[in-house]
Design a protein around this ligand. Structure first.
Ligand SMILES: [Zn+2]
Length: 143
């Protein structure tokens, strides 16, 4: 039996289409994806201008701690996406911010938990969104 994974993703409905979860299942080798959503998750983790106390990050850690313990989960995926209203930056900045937010989240969670950076992007104006893993290197987002 495959292990469950928590995906921390945006509230954006383009990430909640039927094509997305199967991609996450393949990328994360899981058939049980728990969703934790907030607008622009990597921005929430790094700290939004309208949230000087970083309440969103504190709240996320509380939610994750509950789920990690309750469901014996050891993998969390941080799923950023391009064209995000909650974190309106360039595609390249999304890539960098997801990687930085992944490190911050990893440092705040127990050593037994792995955090995996992912980025979703639209291959064109009409096709289904694609999710791809991010590597900690200066590659740009593949289109
Ligand atoms: Zn978004």
């Amino acid at each position: 039996m495959k292990s469950p994974v928590i995906a921390v993703a945006c509230v954006d409905n383009r990430l909640h289409q039927p094509s997305i979860v199967p991609q996450l299942e393949v990328l994360l080798d899981s058939n049980s994806i728990y969703l934790e959503t907030m607008p622009g998750p990597e921005g929430c983790i790094l700290g939004r201008k309208d949230d000087p106390q970083n309440y969103h990050f504190t709240s996320l850690l509380s939610d994750l701690t509950l789920l990690l313990e309750a469901k014996d989960i050891t993998t969390v995926a941080l799923v950023g996406h391009c064209d995000c209203a909650g974190h309106p930056v360039s595609d390249e900045q999304h890539r960098l911010d997801v990687l930085t937010a992944t490190k911050k989240l990893q440092a705040a969670l127990p050593n037994t938990v792995s955090v995996i950076p992912l980025l979703a992007y639209p291959p064109d104006d009409t096709g289904p969104w694609k999710v791809q893993p991010l590597l900690d290197s200066p590659e740009t987002v593949a289109r």
